[in-house]
Design a binder for this molecule. Structure first.
Ligand code: IFM
Length: 447
């Protein structure tokens, strides 16, 4: 195989999220989040798992930083900040102990020579804000901007890469429409209102973060979708356009063009579910982020399907390799998506902020975790990231998902995404073969 070398300065990282790894759910004044409530509700999370302990990263972060530095050699670490640690009621009184934790984490990373990339919101909304209506309620916008202000005022002197949100499509659609994520609501109108308020919160927070964190770059992270058509029929081709517009353009068009995409507006208008858009909203939202983070795991193959309300498309199962999540392994789709994003929106910088796979890992008799399928997954996807770079896409870095096995939301601890195995009984960490391979990639800036 030909040697693949990434551009000088390409950032190699790994990612996590607060609720998935921190545990310590009631420590030091942390308030409850919607995921504490949801996971404590019988039947919502597989096996009744919760994030109450998770990887105990809140207490073990110094060891985890040593793992990042000594065993993997990470350039950068992407983590998220738990809003209910900083503002236990969502707004109002600040909890100094919450800010202190992230202070220690950031200082520890910098001492280890690892650049912090901080996400302000990775789904753990304070329960108190949900009680006031959550993302569908416009009041959340000011609460978020205040939270972003408090947090970046404290950490902005040292954190210079900020992501306002992680995967807004997931927390709004799966949380407020499909009902399979917290808070478990099932309303199209709530989903679209939640989306609009996320966009306003992002737009309102960006200037605040820039002011608090001199020379920082401020972006956001989207789980952009790549869809192929199940057939050449005109109906299936139109279904692809809807699938892309539903998940991608609905966020990218407001950000880069200051308007929602007309095709989806027509559908949502017909269904009577368009959110309230006040004068000046779209101007507040519009503004190219300094970078776009792309999270990518699989593709969709879609066909026209009149039985599906509003969207009228459904996913057609494919043969070929799938991960434990049931997601098709489709590395070339990442290349296609990156080209599409760059050609349509011309983001100044792009990162892969998450990419990875869940497989059923086991610790072997030799004490190692031989996860060859994950290693191959990374090699194939990275090959396609490189291909996009050679064709001009301004990729600046890549973050493996995830640094550690962790709480995989509605799937609990049943799905392992880590490049590091976590024994949840003992909290022992074992760098998997994929992690060892990734350490070599980092050292050689390629493979
Ligand atoms: O674990 C999640 C993460 O929180 C967000 N992106 C997808 C990952 C795998 O499902």
């Amino acid at each position: 195989m030909a040697k693949i070398t990434f551009p000088d300065g390409f950032v190699w990282g790994a990612a996590t999220a607060s609720y998935q790894i921190e545990g310590a759910a009631t420590a030091d004044g942390r308030g409850a989040s919607i995921w504490d409530t949801f996971s404590a509700t019988p039947g919502k999370v597989l096996n009744g798992d919760t994030g109450a302990v998770a990887c105990d990263h809140y207490n073990r972060y110094p060891d985890d930083i040593r793992l990042m530095r000594d065993q993997i050699g990470l350039d950068a670490y992407r983590f998220s900040i738990a809003w209910p640690r900083i503002l236990p009621q969502g707004d109002g009184a600040v909890n100094p102990a919450g800010l202190d934790f992230y202070d220690r984490l950031v200082d520890g990373l910098l001492e280890a020579g690892i650049t912090p990339y901080a996400t302000l919101f990775h789904w753990d909304l304070p329960q108190a804000l949900e009680d006031r209506g959550g993302w569908p309620h416009r009041g959340v916008v000011d609460a978020y901007i205040n939270y972003a202000d408090v947090t970046t005022r404290r950490l902005g002197d040292r954190v210079k890469h900020w992501m306002t949100f992680n995967e807004p499509w997931v927390f709004t659609f799966l949380g407020y429409c499909a009902g399979i994520h917290a808070p478990g609501k099932t309303s199209w109108a709530d989903y679209l209102a939640g989306m609009h308020h996320f966009l306003l919160a992002h737009g309102g927070a960006v200037p605040v973060i820039r002011q608090n964190s001199a020379d920082a770059s401020v972006g956001l992270v989207l789980n952009l979708n790549w869809a192929d058509a199940a057939s050449d029929s005109a109906e299936d081709q139109a279904a692809v356009a809807r699938a892309m517009s539903f998940q991608n353009n609905w966020i990218l068009d407001p950000l880069y063009r200051g308007e929602y995409p007309a095709d989806m507006v027509a559908l949502y208008d017909e269904a009577g579910i368009m959110p309230e858009i006040r004068d000046g909203d779209m101007a507040r939202i519009q503004g190219a982020p300094d970078f776009l983070g792309v999270n990518f795991y699989t593709r969709l193959v879609v066909r026209h399907d009149d039985s599906v309300e509003i969207l009228r498309f459904s996913d057609v199962p494919q043969s070929g390799e799938h991960t434990e999540m049931g997601w098709e392994v489709s590395p070339e789709s990442l290349y296609r998506l990156l080209m599409w994003t760059w050609q349509n929106y011309a983001p100044e910088h792009l990162y892969i902020t998450e990419n990875g796979a869940a497989f059923a890992d086991e610790v072997s008799a030799d004490g190692a975790v031989h996860d060859e399928r994950r290693l191959n997954f990374y090699r194939e996807y990275l090959t396609n990231v490189h291909r996009a770079i050679t064709e001009g896409v301004p990729m600046r870095g890549y973050f493996a998902w995830s640094l550690l096995d962790n709480f995989e939301w509605a799937e609990g601890y049943s799905k392992r995404f880590g490049i590091t195995y976590v024994d949840y009984e003992t909290q022992q960490r074992i760098l998997k073969d994929s992690g060892k391979w990734y350490a070599q990639v980092i050292e050689n800036n390629g493979f």
